[in-house]
Design a protein around this ligand. Structure first.
Ligand code: FAD
Ligand code: DLZ
Ligand code: SF4
Length: 516
């Protein structure tokens, strides 16, 4: 009566559904390092190392708790290289009466699991991933009741559901749901940026780092100074450290960018959260507790909690609502291949070079670098959204399709035609100049509108709006922008478009073969 419990690399939670209500002596837990997962896109080396190290640590913790664990290392002889192949071998070894698994984070993997019952002739019990606060069906019900999927309303429901920052009379703490008016200040001189908590690699991590360099040395990214948390214990210490040192200023400087500062006041918790080392509820609760204790202001606690119980849950619901069609969405008919500099960082545009450096070194970039620099440039330049999505999936340690795809296709590329965001997140150089210190050190002049020395974002911005005028002119939130465009003399408009065309003609495409 053995039950086989396969655990995927982003399901490393001791409270995971299949590990509850089962007698460990009746079960075999299977963790599998498989080549297909590391290479279906060629993930950043740091991301692979993080996942393998966290999986190995988690397996040891499960064993210590009395579970019978089978761990397939990537270089074990006979490793078949795929989830289905490894489950098949485990079924042959153990002849289980059933398979129990939690719903996976990617459509691609769900399709595999859907085939297992027939392939193995066994009942396959796919359990709800209740680490998320909003179930997939619950989100579908919420979405069916409305025409527009407005995140703010979803978020308020999540506040009511969790009771976070709620008063006993059902009103939001502080009398408002959202304190963004107080957030999003530009950086200023004299700010001290706290260093996030770094963890020295132990023997297990060192072994994994050597293995990843050996097997995946050609993949993008750096492994040096690997310091991510790889256990739940470490992740909890990192959470406590963030709450004490950075959360108080998180809201105010949420959208700031500073040269050489890779984390600013961000938490850098997404890799641990998405692996399952932390649960969203414990992270959000820690922020609420810090507010209740008077340690952080409300704008910071609320802004942070909104990212976790609002945006994170919302994009996951959106993913399962819109898949598989959203994977191919290309509403703006963008066809240009990804520029080579997304891989090399070799560009004179300092804002982009900085974001790519952070990405290469840390498998990280903070939200505004992803949205208003890397994503914004790709959208303005008309890069094929599926190239952009694959790049984002590859390069970030926190990237799994359920969270990456909605953020890329919906939020940053507007490729879903506005289902997720009513207005494209487009900005010219002035926005980046306001929110960062990059432009002062850049070879381009952010004040210049056109020509070889002008900030390329300026001409690209107007060229994008002109290219998509028919679609966006009707958008109520963009009336003022098109009024500005209308006020320009025709020769000014032509100069913007010619300058953008010159720039785009010189854009070197990445070598082929990296994209799926
Ligand atoms: P913080 O700024 O400290 O925020 C706290 C937490 O809020 C994050 O850890 C994350 O769990 C959550 N969060 C914030 N914004 C979002 C969001 N838009 N969607 C989901 N969760 C959010 N996040 C990922 O986890 N994986 C991805 O692959 C990913 N790809 C992205 C691609 C693009 C184009 C954009 C614009 C955003 C993407 N994000 C992604 C969302 C966000 O940028 C990251 O969650 C954040 O930068 C992670 O860093 P942090 O932990 O320091 O976040
Ligand atoms: C991303 C990834 C990588 C690189 N390797 C593995 C692996 O070897 N074994 C594993 O179980 N999971 C891995 N993952 C994470 C999976 O891709 C992820 O669990 C699924 O895509 C579902 O979200
Ligand atoms: Fe980026 Fe333009 Fe500023 Fe250079 S001038 S850093 S390209 S926004």
């Amino acid at each position: 009566m053995t039950i086989l419990i396969p655990l995927l690399g982003d399901q490393l939670s001791h409270g995971l559904a299949p590990l509850r209500d089962v007698d460990p002596s009746d079960a075999v837990v299977l963790l599998m390092e498989v080549g297909d997962e590391a290479t279906y896109v060629r993930h950043h080396k740091r991301k692979i190392a993080l996942i393998f190290s966290a999986m190995r640590h988690f397996a040891k913790e499960l064993e210590a708790k009395g579970w019978r664990v089978e761990y397939m290392c990537i270089d074990d002889p006979g490793n078949s290289g795929s989830f289905t192949g490894e489950v098949k071998r485990a079924v042959e070894r153990h002849r289980p009466s059933a398979i129990r698994i939690v719903e996976p984070g990617e459509w691609r993997v769900k399709t595999m699991i859907d085939g297992w019952s027939k392939t193995f002739g066994l009942p396959v019990d796919v359990l709800v991933d209740d680490r998320f606060l909003c179930g997939i069906l619950e989100f579908q019900t919420w979405a069916q009741a409305r025409n527009d999927l407005v995140m703010e309303f979803f978020y308020r429901d999540m506040r009511r559901k969790t009771g976070l920052l709620m008063e006993s009379d059902g009103q939001p703490t502080g009398g408002a749901w959202n304190f963004d008016k107080e957030n999003r200040a530009p950086p200023r001189c004299g700010l001290n940026y706290p260093e996030p908590m770094h963890f020295q690699p132990d023997q297990i991590t060192e072994q994994v780092l050597a293995l990843v360099e050996d097997r995946y040395g050609q993949h993008f990214g750096r492994l040096e100074k690997f310091s991510l948390p790889v256990t739940a214990g470490q992740a909890r210490r990192a959470l406590g450290h963030f709450v004490r040192t950075a959360l108080p200023d998180f809201g105010t400087y949420q959208d700031a960018m500073v040269t050489g500062q890779d984390w600013l006041y961000h938490s850098w918790l997404s890799p641990a959260l998405n692996l399952g080392l932390l649960t969203p509820l414990e992270v959000a609760q820690a922020a609420a507790d810090a507010y209740a204790a008077g340690d952080v202001p409300l704008n910071a606690a609320e802004g942070f909690i909104r990212q976790i119980i609002g945006w994170r849950e919302y994009v996951r619901g959106y993913y399962w609502l819109e898949m598989p069609e959203v994977g191919d969405a290309n509403a703006l008919a963008a066809t240009r291949p990804l520029p080579a500099f997304y891989w090399t960082g070799d560009t004179d545009m300092l804002c982009l070079a900085e974001a790519i450096r952070n990405t290469r070194d840390n498998a990280y970039a903070h939200h505004i670098q992803r949205l208003m620099v890397l994503g914004n440039f790709a959208m303005l330049a008309g890069i094929r959204p599926q190239d952009v999505a694959d790049w984002f999936l590859i390069v970030y340690a926190d990237a799994y399709e359920w969270v990456e795809l909605p953020n890329v296709i919906g939020m940053s590329q507007h490729a879903d035609g506005g289902r997720l965001a009513t207005k494209p997140y487009a900005g010219g150089g002035a926005y980046i100049n306001r929110m960062s210190d990059h432009c002062g050190g850049c070879r381009y002049d952010v004040k210049k509108k056109v020509g070889p020395d002008a900030c390329p974002f300026n001409a690209l911005y107007w060229d994008f709006l002109a290219r998509h005028e028919r679609r966006f002119r009707r958008n109520r939130r963009m009336v003022q922008i098109y009024a500005n465009w209308d006020r320009m003399k025709p020769d000014v408009r032509d100069a913007y478009r010619a300058s953008a065309a010159d720039f785009l003609a010189k854009l070197e495409p990445a070598e082929e073969g990296w994209v799926r």
